[in-house]
Write a protein that binds this ligand. Sequence first.
Ligand SMILES: NC(=O)c1ccc[n+]([C@@H]2O[C@H](COP(=O)([O-])OP(=O)(O)OC[C@H]3O[C@@H](n4cnc5c(N)ncnc54)[C@H](OP(=O)(O)O)[C@@H]3O)[C@@H](O)[C@H]2O)c1
Length: 278
Amino acid sequence: MNSEFSKAQPGSFAFIGGGQMATALISGLIRAGLPPQAIVVFDPDTAQQERLRTSLGVDVGGSVDARLATAHVVVWAVKPQVLRQAVQQASAHLRAPLHISIAAGIRCVDLSGWLGSTRVVRAMPNTSALIGASVTGLSAAPEAATADRRMAEEVLATTGHCFWVEGDERLNAVTAVSGSGPAYVFHFLEAFQAAAQAVGFDEVTARELVLKTVAGAVQQAQSGDAFGTLRERVTSRHGTTEAALAQLDLAGTADALKEAVAAACTRAESLSREIAQA
Ligand SMILES: NC(=O)c1ccc[n+]([C@@H]2O[C@H](COP(=O)([O-])OP(=O)(O)OC[C@H]3O[C@@H](n4cnc5c(N)ncnc54)[C@H](OP(=O)(O)O)[C@@H]3O)[C@@H](O)[C@H]2O)c1
């Protein structure tokens, strides 16, 4: 329970956009002790409003209105392509709050310029925020105060682990590793399940074998031993694991992963530029 959250006044947190990432954050904040009535969410989608009001008990609205003026913290959770327009619609109601943006690819410097404020923190969570297990990179406008950085970290920490990077461009690397990372793991799980089916297991058994094997291996890896050491420990000379790993080496899987992460990084950089110039 966060004591600062539990003392929050009605309407002191506003969300612009009430989609799945906003919902994950709002749920995390309420779990951490923020009263639902301290939160107002603006989203044009009436089904989204109804879901948020009934399932989380927060105040909701379609287009932004005077309720935004009481917000000390504004979380921007709309798609990157509509963020600039959303800022324009909201600007008349903003009373110099702390701004936290989770929009992928929008740099602090651009958002600061649109908002006319340096109280800006940018966050890059991943989909595991939906289950409170996000890995979230944070970056702040250089002028942002320590108290604002701390508040942004407390907000994002309600959905998982947070870490700071210096400079916006590092968030492109965060996007490429932890942002897109869950998809790499799902891709591996998919291929591993197909491989298990190819040696004779039915779909359900293959899925269970793969999931439990991966869960056990991840648990072992928490020991702190280097991943390479753990791999060597299960690889006996001329054994079955060695035969399998030789095939993975031959196929260049480690290099492919390196190239995949680099490609994601390059794409994050170009997306960031495209949005800034649009
Ligand atoms: N999903 C992820 O894994 C992930 C990870 C990191 C960062 N992000 C970032 O998180 C942000 C939100 O993602 P999401 O997956 O939650 O998106 P989403 O489910 O599409 O939610 C965005 C919501 O904002 C609404 N909206 C559109 N224009 C608005 C406006 N002017 N004012 C208020 N609300 C408005 C949308 O309504 P309509 O549908 O009616 O337009 C929609 O309900 C994105 O910028 C994304 O880059 C997502």
